[in-house]
Design a protein. Structure first.
Length: 273
Protein backbone atom coordinates (compact mmCIF):
# COMPACT_ATOMS: atom_id res chain seq x y z
CA UNK A 1 0.00 0.00 0.00
CA UNK A 2 1.22 3.50 -0.79
CA UNK A 3 1.48 6.25 1.79
CA UNK A 4 0.10 9.66 0.87
CA UNK A 5 2.33 12.37 2.35
CA UNK A 6 2.02 16.16 2.32
CA UNK A 7 5.04 18.44 2.60
CA UNK A 8 4.41 22.02 3.74
CA UNK A 9 6.92 24.60 2.53
CA UNK A 10 5.75 27.46 4.67
CA UNK A 11 4.55 29.70 6.06
CA UNK A 12 6.33 32.18 3.84
CA UNK A 13 5.65 34.98 6.29
CA UNK A 14 6.84 33.46 9.55
CA UNK A 15 5.26 35.00 12.61
CA UNK A 16 4.90 34.29 16.29
CA UNK A 17 3.94 30.88 17.61
CA UNK A 18 0.20 31.57 17.30
CA UNK A 19 0.53 32.64 13.65
CA UNK A 20 2.74 29.67 12.80
CA UNK A 21 0.31 27.25 14.44
CA UNK A 22 -2.57 28.81 12.49
CA UNK A 23 -0.60 28.24 9.27
CA UNK A 24 0.09 24.67 10.38
CA UNK A 25 -3.60 24.05 11.03
CA UNK A 26 -4.49 25.35 7.57
CA UNK A 27 -1.82 23.16 5.96
CA UNK A 28 -3.09 20.09 7.83
CA UNK A 29 -6.62 20.82 6.66
CA UNK A 30 -5.44 21.00 3.04
CA UNK A 31 -3.31 17.88 3.48
CA UNK A 32 -6.32 15.97 4.78
CA UNK A 33 -8.39 17.15 1.82
CA UNK A 34 -5.65 15.83 -0.49
CA UNK A 35 -5.85 12.42 1.18
CA UNK A 36 -2.58 12.64 3.11
CA UNK A 37 -2.13 10.67 6.32
CA UNK A 38 0.89 12.69 7.48
CA UNK A 39 2.15 16.27 7.08
CA UNK A 40 5.85 17.15 7.30
CA UNK A 41 6.86 20.75 8.06
CA UNK A 42 10.22 22.59 8.06
CA UNK A 43 12.91 22.98 10.71
CA UNK A 44 11.67 25.05 13.66
CA UNK A 45 8.34 25.41 11.87
CA UNK A 46 6.31 26.40 14.92
CA UNK A 47 8.72 28.85 16.55
CA UNK A 48 10.69 30.36 13.67
CA UNK A 49 14.37 29.62 13.09
CA UNK A 50 16.52 32.72 12.53
CA UNK A 51 14.92 34.61 15.41
CA UNK A 52 17.86 35.27 17.72
CA UNK A 53 17.19 35.12 21.45
CA UNK A 54 13.47 34.60 20.82
CA UNK A 55 14.46 30.95 20.45
CA UNK A 56 15.10 30.84 24.19
CA UNK A 57 11.84 32.60 25.00
CA UNK A 58 9.85 30.21 22.82
CA UNK A 59 11.59 27.04 23.99
CA UNK A 60 9.30 24.54 25.73
CA UNK A 61 9.44 20.98 27.06
CA UNK A 62 8.49 18.33 24.49
CA UNK A 63 5.07 17.94 26.14
CA UNK A 64 4.42 21.66 26.66
CA UNK A 65 1.71 23.95 25.27
CA UNK A 66 3.03 23.77 21.69
CA UNK A 67 2.78 19.98 21.75
CA UNK A 68 -0.74 20.14 23.18
CA UNK A 69 -1.89 22.47 20.40
CA UNK A 70 -0.24 20.42 17.64
CA UNK A 71 -1.74 17.24 19.09
CA UNK A 72 -5.19 18.85 19.07
CA UNK A 73 -4.75 19.81 15.40
CA UNK A 74 -3.65 16.27 14.53
CA UNK A 75 -6.67 14.77 16.29
CA UNK A 76 -9.10 17.21 14.71
CA UNK A 77 -7.86 16.44 11.16
CA UNK A 78 -6.91 12.76 11.71
CA UNK A 79 -3.49 13.50 10.20
CA UNK A 80 -0.07 12.84 11.74
CA UNK A 81 2.25 15.87 11.96
CA UNK A 82 6.03 16.29 11.92
CA UNK A 83 6.97 19.70 13.32
CA UNK A 84 10.05 21.59 14.50
CA UNK A 85 10.44 23.57 17.71
CA UNK A 86 13.05 24.57 20.33
CA UNK A 87 12.93 21.91 23.04
CA UNK A 88 13.71 22.92 26.60
CA UNK A 89 15.15 20.09 28.70
CA UNK A 90 16.19 21.36 32.09
CA UNK A 91 18.42 24.33 31.24
CA UNK A 92 19.38 22.93 27.82
CA UNK A 93 17.76 23.91 24.52
CA UNK A 94 17.75 21.61 21.49
CA UNK A 95 16.76 22.17 17.87
CA UNK A 96 14.10 19.47 17.91
CA UNK A 97 11.62 17.64 15.71
CA UNK A 98 8.60 15.80 17.07
CA UNK A 99 6.18 13.39 15.39
CA UNK A 100 2.59 13.35 16.59
CA UNK A 101 0.27 10.66 15.25
CA UNK A 102 -3.34 11.14 14.15
CA UNK A 103 -4.57 10.44 17.68
CA UNK A 104 -2.38 13.15 19.17
CA UNK A 105 0.26 10.86 20.68
CA UNK A 106 3.98 11.61 20.41
CA UNK A 107 5.64 8.73 18.57
CA UNK A 108 9.18 10.10 18.00
CA UNK A 109 11.45 12.99 19.03
CA UNK A 110 14.79 13.93 17.50
CA UNK A 111 17.34 16.56 18.51
CA UNK A 112 19.58 17.95 15.76
CA UNK A 113 23.03 16.39 16.11
CA UNK A 114 25.11 18.49 13.67
CA UNK A 115 24.86 22.19 14.48
CA UNK A 116 25.25 24.73 11.67
CA UNK A 117 27.61 27.56 12.56
CA UNK A 118 26.75 30.25 15.08
CA UNK A 119 23.15 30.23 13.89
CA UNK A 120 22.73 26.96 15.80
CA UNK A 121 25.61 27.00 18.25
CA UNK A 122 24.61 30.33 19.79
CA UNK A 123 21.37 28.85 21.11
CA UNK A 124 21.32 25.06 20.88
CA UNK A 125 23.11 22.05 22.29
CA UNK A 126 23.74 19.20 19.86
CA UNK A 127 21.59 16.14 20.32
CA UNK A 128 23.20 12.98 21.72
CA UNK A 129 21.32 10.40 19.62
CA UNK A 130 21.55 10.03 15.83
CA UNK A 131 19.19 7.13 15.16
CA UNK A 132 15.61 8.01 15.98
CA UNK A 133 13.08 5.85 14.14
CA UNK A 134 9.38 5.09 14.10
CA UNK A 135 7.04 3.01 11.97
CA UNK A 136 4.42 4.59 9.72
CA UNK A 137 2.29 3.16 6.95
CA UNK A 138 4.41 0.05 6.55
CA UNK A 139 7.73 1.91 6.32
CA UNK A 140 10.47 2.25 8.89
CA UNK A 141 10.99 6.01 9.20
CA UNK A 142 13.97 8.00 10.45
CA UNK A 143 14.49 11.64 11.39
CA UNK A 144 17.32 14.06 10.65
CA UNK A 145 17.35 17.86 10.60
CA UNK A 146 18.84 20.11 7.90
CA UNK A 147 22.66 20.10 8.19
CA UNK A 148 22.58 16.48 9.45
CA UNK A 149 21.74 15.16 5.97
CA UNK A 150 24.80 16.82 4.45
CA UNK A 151 27.00 14.18 6.09
CA UNK A 152 26.91 10.87 4.20
CA UNK A 153 27.62 8.99 7.43
CA UNK A 154 24.33 10.04 8.98
CA UNK A 155 22.18 8.77 6.12
CA UNK A 156 24.17 5.56 5.73
CA UNK A 157 23.79 4.91 9.46
CA UNK A 158 20.04 5.17 8.99
CA UNK A 159 20.10 2.81 6.02
CA UNK A 160 22.15 0.31 8.02
CA UNK A 161 19.65 0.58 10.88
CA UNK A 162 16.76 -0.25 8.57
CA UNK A 163 15.38 3.20 7.79
CA UNK A 164 13.36 3.18 4.56
CA UNK A 165 11.95 6.70 4.61
CA UNK A 166 14.17 9.51 5.90
CA UNK A 167 12.27 12.64 6.96
CA UNK A 168 14.39 15.80 6.99
CA UNK A 169 12.88 19.13 8.09
CA UNK A 170 15.29 21.88 7.06
CA UNK A 171 15.99 25.61 6.98
CA UNK A 172 18.21 25.78 3.90
CA UNK A 173 19.16 29.27 2.83
CA UNK A 174 20.70 30.78 -0.27
CA UNK A 175 23.32 30.33 -1.71
CA UNK A 176 23.28 26.62 -0.77
CA UNK A 177 20.64 25.42 -3.24
CA UNK A 178 23.02 22.64 -4.32
CA UNK A 179 22.12 20.75 -1.16
CA UNK A 180 18.48 20.47 -2.20
CA UNK A 181 19.13 19.91 -5.90
CA UNK A 182 22.14 17.58 -5.80
CA UNK A 183 23.15 16.38 -2.33
CA UNK A 184 19.74 15.19 -1.17
CA UNK A 185 19.03 13.11 -4.32
CA UNK A 186 22.53 11.65 -3.98
CA UNK A 187 21.86 10.66 -0.37
CA UNK A 188 18.64 8.93 -1.41
CA UNK A 189 20.39 7.03 -4.19
CA UNK A 190 23.59 6.02 -2.41
CA UNK A 191 21.71 4.73 0.65
CA UNK A 192 18.64 3.49 -1.22
CA UNK A 193 15.80 5.09 0.70
CA UNK A 194 13.05 7.65 0.29
CA UNK A 195 14.01 11.15 1.43
CA UNK A 196 11.57 13.97 2.06
CA UNK A 197 13.44 17.24 2.52
CA UNK A 198 11.06 19.97 3.68
CA UNK A 199 12.43 23.50 3.62
CA UNK A 200 11.37 26.93 4.76
CA UNK A 201 10.74 29.78 2.30
CA UNK A 202 10.70 33.55 2.38
CA UNK A 203 13.04 35.74 4.47
CA UNK A 204 13.63 35.76 8.20
CA UNK A 205 16.01 38.24 9.87
CA UNK A 206 19.33 37.72 8.04
CA UNK A 207 18.38 34.66 5.99
CA UNK A 208 16.60 34.12 2.69
CA UNK A 209 15.40 30.53 2.47
CA UNK A 210 15.58 28.89 -0.94
CA UNK A 211 12.59 26.52 -0.77
CA UNK A 212 13.08 23.59 -3.17
CA UNK A 213 11.31 21.16 -0.85
CA UNK A 214 11.43 17.72 -2.40
CA UNK A 215 10.43 14.09 -2.14
CA UNK A 216 13.11 11.87 -3.66
CA UNK A 217 12.80 8.21 -4.60
CA UNK A 218 15.48 5.61 -3.78
CA UNK A 219 16.68 5.76 -7.39
CA UNK A 220 17.50 9.47 -6.92
CA UNK A 221 14.64 10.84 -8.99
CA UNK A 222 12.27 13.56 -7.81
CA UNK A 223 8.77 12.43 -6.92
CA UNK A 224 7.84 16.07 -6.28
CA UNK A 225 9.68 19.38 -5.92
CA UNK A 226 8.57 22.85 -4.87
CA UNK A 227 9.74 26.20 -6.14
CA UNK A 228 10.82 29.11 -3.98
CA UNK A 229 7.53 30.18 -2.43
CA UNK A 230 4.97 28.76 -0.01
CA UNK A 231 3.61 25.49 -1.33
CA UNK A 232 1.97 22.27 -0.22
CA UNK A 233 3.18 19.17 -2.06
CA UNK A 234 1.34 15.87 -1.81
CA UNK A 235 3.03 12.69 -2.99
CA UNK A 236 2.60 8.92 -2.72
CA UNK A 237 5.42 6.77 -1.33
CA UNK A 238 5.23 3.17 -2.55
CA UNK A 239 7.16 0.59 -0.46
CA UNK A 240 7.26 -1.64 -3.54
CA UNK A 241 9.28 1.05 -5.31
CA UNK A 242 11.91 0.78 -2.59
CA UNK A 243 12.18 -2.98 -3.10
CA UNK A 244 12.46 -2.56 -6.86
CA UNK A 245 15.20 0.05 -6.54
CA UNK A 246 17.24 -1.99 -4.08
CA UNK A 247 17.04 -5.01 -6.38
CA UNK A 248 18.60 -3.01 -9.22
CA UNK A 249 20.88 -0.64 -7.28
CA UNK A 250 22.75 -3.04 -5.01
CA UNK A 251 25.22 -0.61 -3.44
CA UNK A 252 24.32 -1.49 0.14
CA UNK A 253 24.80 -5.21 -0.39
CA UNK A 254 27.96 -4.84 -2.52
CA UNK A 255 30.10 -2.95 -0.02
CA UNK A 256 33.64 -4.28 0.62
CA UNK A 257 33.93 -4.18 4.40
CA UNK A 258 37.22 -6.05 4.22
CA UNK A 259 38.79 -3.00 2.58
CA UNK A 260 37.29 -0.30 4.78
CA UNK A 261 39.07 1.28 7.76
CA UNK A 262 38.98 -0.46 11.12
CA UNK A 263 35.64 0.15 12.77
CA UNK A 264 33.58 -0.47 9.63
CA UNK A 265 31.63 -3.69 9.78
CA UNK A 266 28.67 -5.22 8.04
CA UNK A 267 25.45 -4.43 9.93
CA UNK A 268 24.02 -7.56 11.52
CA UNK A 269 20.55 -6.78 10.21
CA UNK A 270 21.72 -6.26 6.62
CA UNK A 271 20.33 -8.81 4.19
CA UNK A 272 20.61 -9.31 0.46
CA UNK A 273 18.65 -6.62 -1.35
Amino acid sequence: MTITVSLFQGPELAGDVDANLAALDDAVMRAAAAGASILVTPEMSVSGYDIGDLVLQRAEPFDGPIFERVAAIARSRCVAIVYGYPELAGETVYNAVQVVDATGLSVARYRKTHLFGELDRAHFTSGPELLVQFDFGGLRCGLLTCYDVEFPETVRAHADAGTQWLIVPTGLMTPFEIIATHVVPTRAYESQLFVTYVNRCGAETSLTYCGLTCAVAPDGTDLARAGGHEQLLTVDLDPAELARSRAVNTHLADRRYDLYPTGSSRPEQETDR
